[in-house]
Design a binder for this molecule. Structure first.
Ligand SMILES: Cc1cc2nc3c(=O)[nH]c(=O)nc-3n(C[C@H](O)[C@H](O)[C@H](O)COP(=O)(O)O)c2cc1C
Length: 345
């Protein structure tokens, strides 16, 4: 399904090499003014053009407002934005499935109708409409005093510091490559460059905090905080794991002891108990696999001849999904938390 949400309904459409990608978003009601400068800053963080080591496919990400707004203010109708695809080169993609990309599974599912050019619907390009919808939800969340922010926790084996889970702070800077330990920037950039030159790709991990969520947000059983956020997060291609809080070896180390006002001295629960926010910051980590399109010789699968064939991928690709993917991680969290807050009203 290409839709998600209960009170906030999000739909994504288009594909990497289709005419456009876009989203529909309903549930915000009328009279909400969108700050487009801020929204565009979010899109710039996701844009490959902002990251010298990202894919050479540079899209302008021009935004077309199709419905739902009057002079930038919501009318109550479904909001619908689209983003034309202009810089794609479908000739870079043949009918050879790339190892560990979605090509083979998509071909088996859709047959000859599968749109595997540029990864089709399974491309990082689909995080553009997710990010735009998430930026709108993030702005709306300010009404509730909720902030969503993330940083690059790891690139390959190099790790940034963790948030203080009791009191996470928005990382300083322009948000393009946010780190808590500035000393890691040089080594991480050098590792990305070295890996890119070698034709290989890197795993990476984000850490995201959502502050200001009142205790009790989140519905029992299927619509809890972890499940709701994870469903949206796993839309982001390449994401392989989401962890909330920390599991220590013993209960005595894992339990968060109460302090005044129902707060806790530690936050190993990551702000969630029983699927509900417990009033502490919600903190989770999102782990990404290395980008599957590497430049080294591999064995692909010829979808016409139905046999393994030697494959060396030559198109334009990212070396690692972060920091580009950070804006998408924040977007997924913002959409999910807003949906849960509205469900509780
Ligand atoms: C922002 C972003 C950029 C990506 N760039 C590429 C890329 O350039 N080349 C590639 O093969 N995969 C890229 N991916 C990852 C693939 O889309 C993903 O690995 C693939 O669809 C298979 O899905 P899975 O890894 O979740 O199984 C990117 C993902 C994101 C979120």
């Amino acid at each position: 399904m290409d839709t998600a949400g209960n009170r906030i309904k999000l739909g994504l459409f288009g594909a990497s090499h289709a005419e456009c990608v876009g989203f529909t978003l309903s549930g915000l009601g009328e009279g909400f003014a969108i700050d487009f400068d801020e929204l565009r800053r979010g899109l710039i963080r996701r844009s490959a053009a902002s990251h010298p080591f990202a894919t050479g496919r540079h899209e302008a990400d021009d935004l077309i407002i199709e419905s739902g707004l009057d002079n930038g203010v919501t009318t109550g109708e479904t909001i619908r934005f689209s983003f034309p695809n202009r810089a794609h080169r479908s000739g870079d993609y043949g009918l050879i499935a790339r190892p560990s990309h979605a090509d083979y599974a998509a071909f088996m599912k859709y047959g000859a109708a599968a749109d595997i050019a540029g990864g089709g619907k399974f491309s990082g390009r689909m995080t553009l409409p997710l990010t735009a919808a998430g930026e709108i939800c993030r702005q709306y969340l300010r009404r509730y005093g909720v902030e969503v922010f993330a940083h690059v926790l790891a690139i390959g084996g190099l790790r940034d510091e963790r948030f203080d889970p009791v009191s996470p702070k928005i990382p300083e800077g322009d948000g393009l490559f946010p780190l808590l330990n500035e000393g890691m920037r040089g080594p991480m950039l050098a590792l990305i460059e070295k890996t890119r030159e070698a034709g290989d790709t890197l795993s990476c991990e984000a850490e995201c905090a959502v502050t200001g969520v009142p205790a009790g947000v989140g519905e029992p059983l299927f619509d809890g905080v972890e499940g709701t956020l994870s469903r949206l997060l796993f839309m982001i291609p390449g994401l392989r794991g989401v962890d909330f809080g920390d599991i220590m070896e013993y209960g005595s180390e894992t339990n968060d002891q109460f302090t005044e006002g129902g707060n806790t001295a530690t936050n190993r629960s990551g702000g969630v108990n029983g699927g509900m926010a417990n009033g502490m910051p919600i903190v989770f980590r999102a782990r990404f696999r290395p980008v599957p399109s590497i430049g080294l010789p591999q064995t692909g699968f010829d979808l016409t001849e139905k046999k393994p064939v030697p494959l060396t991928i030559s198109g334009r690709h990212d070396t690692c999904i972060l920091p580009r993917g950070l804006a998408a991680v924040e977007a997924a969290a913002a959409i999910g938390i807003l949906d849960l807050i509205l469900m509780g009203e």
